[in-house]
Design a protein around this ligand. Structure first.
Ligand code: N01
Length: 538
């Protein structure tokens, strides 16, 4: 454990998590407001989601020149990415670079998992206990635990009998896993699974992919960055900063104003072909109405399905992979490096779980309704109890014994994704109800972290002890979250983690704010300029 000076009584703020959010929150509160802070982190280094996600092929889907902090011009000058999309190891190097540059590690306690957090009504502060049974106290508790940190291994009968090894992609061993000479089975074909398949197939003796829902994917066209592009990025950092703050998803490209109906079929095909060649998430941005109009969406969906059928030579596999039951980008759209091409390899098999569901896992592998697959390793690319899971997992108790787990029984209720009624002085960075997972995350994080900094600064200057929201504000904000989501196709996808539908028993509530980061920022700024009167300050 590193040597953070434990000052149990009077931290101003406890920050939980040392990923993008936690690091920047520490800089803002410690270095800009001069507060006494500690960061509690489960892992033994900085990185957050990227500390745990070391699975083969783990790479960011946002282009590197926008996957950065923008708050520091020096940092933008000093750091240079090497590839179009940064890989997990390079992202960890970046986060270590940030931590060292701003001397952050001296205030981070590693291997400290928060096991409970309780608001003390008499003292108006938070008591936080970690797995080491150390107790911390602070006026403010700030969750920087991320949206995708609670891994989900499905409850499949017999897993405990399996004599091989199994791993979840979101909790990957630090020293890696060797697939050489092994029969591997992978369950899950979301953004993660699609990244992992080609890399595992290269190394394993044999890979069987178990697919429940077929998925779209666009080629990422990853490549090393040229020195000209690196120079261009450095010389135009203001331009990119401006762009990511202006676009709804905080990506470094504009969303076209043109609708599908504005072009004829030849032009339509030409536009899609060009976007397919460029690759990446901007495929979604070539028309304005792809995520709002099902007829427009069908043109993109059909184009991608045709590409899948053209790419995959085994007709049965091509049919299973292109039999997609939801609109393109209705779920988080994956991008890939040779995903569909991998099914042309001799050592790769595809199992359609819709026609032969998994019945159980036994000593030697996976048994489906029709077959048994002998396996040495099972990879679970089965996603997360997203957004609410990491918060509920901390066992948070608010005012008067209010348990977060109970108040969110029917789904999360927050004001702006930043505060929860009944939980004073608790801020949740990228919490449910904020743009978070629908954006390029570091941008959404910077906006939240700076808003929280300004709010705390205001409270301290005016000598307020507590800030909290009430149920009316949370319900009104929940209506806004639903209303903007319902203007898109996203809530129409029944089996989506945005709705919590991937976790048995989890309430079906659309969790992220789909109105875009600029519109959301405007709401937050208005509240700040109005001296936080939408909150209760005491
Ligand atoms: O998880 P997912 P993920 N039996 O939930 C299947 C982010 N991300 O880790 O669709 C069989 O999307 C499930 O099947 P189905 C990104 O935001 C970011 O891939 O539920 N299959 C699905 O195929 C992304 O959206 C980057 O029918 C089961 C898969 O497992 C988020 O992480 C890179 C099953 C889960 O897909 C989560 O993606 C990668 C079962 N019992 C990921 N249970 C970046 O670029 C689940 N599945 C930053």
């Amino acid at each position: 454990m590193n040597q953070v000076k434990l000052n149990k009584k009077d931290y101003d703020a406890i920050i939980v998590g040392a990923g993008f959010s936690g690091l920047y929150q520490l800089i803002c509160l410690r270095d800009q407001l001069n507060l006494n802070c500690v960061v509690l982190e489960t892992g033994d280094d900085v990185g957050g989601t990227w500390y745990w996600n070391r699975y083969p092929g783990a790479r960011c889907d946002t282009e590197s020149h926008a996957y950065s902090y923008y708050f520091s011009d020096d940092l933008l000058k000093e750091w240079t990415w090497s590839e179009r999309y940064p890989g997990h190891a390079e992202i960890r190097r970046y986060m270590n670079f940030v931590a060292n540059k701003f001397d952050l590690k001296k205030d981070i306690l590693f291997q400290q998992k928060v096991t409970s957090a309780c608001f003390n009504n008499d003292e108006n502060n938070w008591n936080v206990i970690t797995n080491s049974k150390i107790e911390f106290k602070a006026k403010f508790l700030i969750s920087a635990v991320g949206c995708l940190s609670n891994t989900n291994i499905p409850n499949i009968k017999g897993l405990e009998d399996f004599e091989g090894k199994y791993y979840h992609t979101g909790n990957w061993p630090k020293n890696g896993v060797s697939f050489a000479g092994k029969n591997v089975g992978q369950i899950g074909t979301g953004s993660t699974g699609i990244q992992a398949v080609p890399v595992i197939a290269e190394e394993a003796k044999h890979l069987t992919v178990f697919q429940r829902t077929a998925n779209y994917s666009i080629p990422a066209r990853n490549k090393p960055l040229t020195s000209e592009f690196k120079k261009h990025v450095k010389e135009n950092s203001d331009l990119y900063k401006n762009l990511v703050k202006r676009t709804p998803n905080a990506h470094p490209f504009e969303i076209s104003k043109r609708n599908v109906a504005d072009v004829d079929p030849d032009e339509l095909n030409e536009i899609y072909e060009k976007a397919w060649e460029i690759g990446g998430l901007q495929f979604r941005a070539v028309f304005n109405d792809l995520v709002t109009n099902i007829k427009a969406n069908k043109t993109a969906s059909d184009f991608i399905k045709k590409k899948i059928r053209e790419t995959v030579s085994n007709k049965k596999f091509a049919s299973i992979l292109s039999d997609i039951d939801h609109p393109y980008a209705g779920k988080r759209p994956p991008i890939d490096s040779n995903y569909f091409e991998t099914f042309n390899r001799d050592n790769v098999n595809l199992v359609d779980l819709r026609s032969e569901p998994i019945e159980l896992i036994d000593r030697t592998g996976i048994k489906t309704k029709k077959n048994h697959f002998d396996l040495d390793i099972i990879v679970f690319a089965t996603g997360y109890d997203a957004m609410t899971g990491p918060l509920i997992n901390m066992n948070i108790t608010g005012k008067n014994g209010l348990k977060l787990n109970d108040v969110w029984k029917e789904g999360p209720k927050t004001f702006l994704g930043l505060q929860i009624p009944g939980f004073p002085n608790l801020f949740t960075i990228t919490g449910p109800g904020s743009p978070s997972v629908l954006t390029n995350m570091p941008m959404a994080i910077e906006q939240h972290v700076e808003w929280i900094r300004d709010c705390i600064n205001y409270m301290n200057k005016k000598d307020y002890s507590t800030i909290e929201t009430d149920i009316n504000s949370a319900e009104k904000w929940g209506d806004e979250v639903n209303s903007v989501a319902n203007q898109t196709l996203l809530p129409t996808v029944k089996h989506s983690w945005y709705l919590g539908a991937n976790i048995p028993g989890k309430p079906r509530v659309f969790m992220p704010y789909a109105g875009g980061l600029p519109r959301y920022t405007e709401v937050c700024d208005k509240i700040k300029n109005n001296k936080y009167k939408d909150f209760i300050l005491n």
